[in-house]
Write a protein that binds this ligand. Structure first.
Ligand SMILES: *[C@@H]1O[C@H](CO)[C@@H](O)[C@H](O)[C@H]1NC(C)=O
Ligand SMILES: *[C@@H]1O[C@H](CO)[C@@H](O)[C@H](O)[C@H]1NC(C)=O
Ligand SMILES: *[C@@H]1O[C@H](CO)[C@@H](O)[C@H](O)[C@H]1NC(C)=O
Ligand SMILES: *[C@@H]1O[C@H](CO)[C@@H](O)[C@H](O)[C@H]1NC(C)=O
Ligand SMILES: *[C@@H]1O[C@H](CO)[C@@H](O)[C@H](O)[C@H]1NC(C)=O
Length: 503
């Protein structure tokens, strides 16, 4: 039954995916991606790599949010029956690789990683070196020691969530290491790769190596070279991640950043599935998008309330508002309909939005200008499914490009979706309206002496004892005044009398 109720929301996705408009550049090499799910139904994408001599073929999570090649090692207790998270049974076995060089004196290191913000996974690994290549591509890379991490078994139950049954991780981010595995793998392909992640129901997707993604400059060029219209981020100087700037992220016609900034740093992280937003941006989004959230109000500073938002049972997912943004100040507007972020129904039939708050606010981040912000937006696999993503890792022009895979929504469709937005809040009393979050901000009464907030009226009111004090003071002054007046009358009278006596 639950599956049946989910069908109407899946169907448009399938129809949409058949209308996908992503012609691959003819000079790019195509490798298939495997689509796997975490226990919550969040998608992860695996790619085939071959490690060792003789080569062992493994399916590893392609993670643009890290930079190591880590493989689960059967010799280190991983993949033993019942010992660890299941894999597809193709775990690496370092004992059977003749080419492996491992540093026995190097103690096992630990690597804490955060997945979808709230899940922390601690991995234990030992550095080693071995031959590796993309599965099916023959040029094996003989890298120096430290290029591969052999993972030991772990008691961490959250690894199941991270792995989605993968045999390891291939980090596809920048690093300062000369032996960055992804850069070694991409060297023959001009340090370029692209991802076409397929949504549910379709095949896993495609990893493209190399390829020309220059935008056609003339109409004839556009007609003759059917390349996707890639919107590029600005070139990143010595990037640490697959980073880009999002300009004017907005829902329901309201900029989510408000007055903080016109743009915000984002990192493409395919090791996560959700879209993670700074706390205040998260808050702003649910001020406009109707949803059932576990906590309505922003958490007080210093606390880390985990907030989750669910689709309202009465809501048609295909009419949810659209998140829009640009990659350049004057670039094309890209659209992300929010149903793309909905996880499959849980055991109660509820559909959660794969949107997380990063427990840090954009307003508190120290750099409002374009800079590696301390609280970036994280773009996981669910948001990335809608785009064809290109990663240019050349040191002189590191940048990320996105091309929409589906035609833009028509203005009629956008108007229908905008109707589902929460209506503009009407503020009362001394409240002021925040357009970013569509909320009424109560006046800060603590700033004013002896005042407290009357929440219903949205006004600052005098504290009760203060009123009494004022009454007493006014009373006191009145009495004093009367007394003083009497003195003033009496004193001159007495003085006159004394003067009269003297005379
Ligand atoms: C790993 O390979 C060694 C040597 O071939 C073998 O003895 C061992 O059983 C293998 N381990 C697993 C878990 O398959
Ligand atoms: C790791 O594997 C070894 C041998 O299979 C086992 O003795 C140990 O308990 C395992 N440790 C964890 C944390 O699962
Ligand atoms: C890898 O390179 C090292 C030195 O760079 C060499 O000693 C070793 O034999 C090579 N291994 C393979 C399998 O080619
Ligand atoms: C092996 O590990 C030890 C301890 O971490 C380190 O001092 C040594 O340089 C390493 N050897 C190689 C060949 O990397
Ligand atoms: C919101 O979620 C809670 C708990 O999941 C549920 O009890 C409540 O009925 C939901 N409210 C609406 C309006 O769906």
């Amino acid at each position: 039954m639950r599956r049946l109720t989910a069908t109407p929301t899946i169907l448009p996705l399938l129809i949409a995916s058949s209308a996908a408009v992503v012609p691959y550049p003819p000079d790019a090499l195509q490798l298939p991606l495997l689509r796997r799910s975490t226990p919550t139904g969040a998608p992860r994408y695996l790619v085939g790599v071959t490690v060792g001599e003789p080569g062992q073929t493994l399916s590893v999570l392609l993670d643009t949010g890290s930079h190591l090649l880590l493989v689960r090692d059967a010799r280190r207790g991983v993949c033993a029956p019942g010992a660890d998270v299941p894999s597809d049974g193709n775990c690496f076995n370092s004992s059977t690789s003749a080419s492996l060089v491992s540093n026995i004196s190097d103690p096992t290191g630990t690597l804490p990683i955060f997945v979808d913000v709230d899940t922390e996974v601690t991995l234990r690994y030992t550095s080693a070196a071995d031959l590796f290549s993309f599965a099916g591509l023959h040029a094996a890379i003989n890298a120096t020691l430290g290029s591969i991490g052999l993972l030991s078994n772990s008691s961490d139950t959250d690894t199941a969530y991270f792995w989605a049954d993968a045999d390891g991780v291939l980090g596809a981010s920048h690093s300062s290491l000369s032996t960055n595995p992804i850069e070694l793998l991409l060297q023959p392909h001009g340090l370029m790769f692209a991802l076409d992640l397929s949504p549910r129901g379709a095949n896993g997707g495609t990893l493209l190596l190399g390829g020309t993604y220059a935008l056609p400059t003339t109409a004839e060029e556009a007609a003759s070279t059917p390349l996707p219209g890639v919107e590029w981020s600005e070139v990143q100087d010595r990037p640490r991640y697959q980073q880009l700037e999002l300009f004017e992220p907005a829902v329901c016609g309201a900029s989510l950043l408000g007055k903080t900034s016109s743009h915000w740093s984002a990192i493409v992280d395919t090791g996560s599935s959700c879209l993670s937003l700074p706390d205040d941006v998260f808050d702003a989004m649910w001020g406009w998008v109707p949803a059932n959230c576990t906590s309505d109000s922003p958490p007080s500073p210093g606390t880390t309330t985990i907030r989750r938002c669910y689709l309202l049972p009465s809501m048609d997912a295909t009419k949810l508002p659209v998140l829009s943004f640009r990659l350049e100040q004057h670039g094309r507007t890209l659209q992300l309909p929010l149903e793309d972020l909905l996880l499959p129904p849980d055991q109660n039939g509820a559909r959660e939005f794969c949107v997380r708050s990063t427990h840090r606010t954009a307003a508190d981040a120290s750099c409002p200008e374009a800079c590696p912000s301390s609280s970036p937006i994280l773009i996981g696999t669910m948001a990335l499914q809608r785009f064809f993503a290109v990663f240019d890792m050349q040191s002189t022009r590191s940048r990320v490009g996105l091309a929409p895979k589906y035609p833009s929504l028509s203005s009629e469709e956008l108007a229908v979706r905008k109707e589902s937005c929460i209506q503009k809040s009407k503020c009362i009393g001394q409240q002021h309206y925040s357009a970013a979050s569509n909320r009424c901000i109560q006046p800060d009464c603590k700033e004013r002496y002896f005042q407290h907030l009357d929440e219903e009226r949205g006004e600052c009111d005098h504290v009760f004892p203060f009123k009494v004090l004022i009454t007493l003071l006014i009373g006191g002054f009145t009495i004093a005044e009367v007394l003083l007046q009497r003195c003033q009358i009496q004193f001159p009278l007495e003085a006159e009398l004394t003067v009269a006596d003297a005379n």
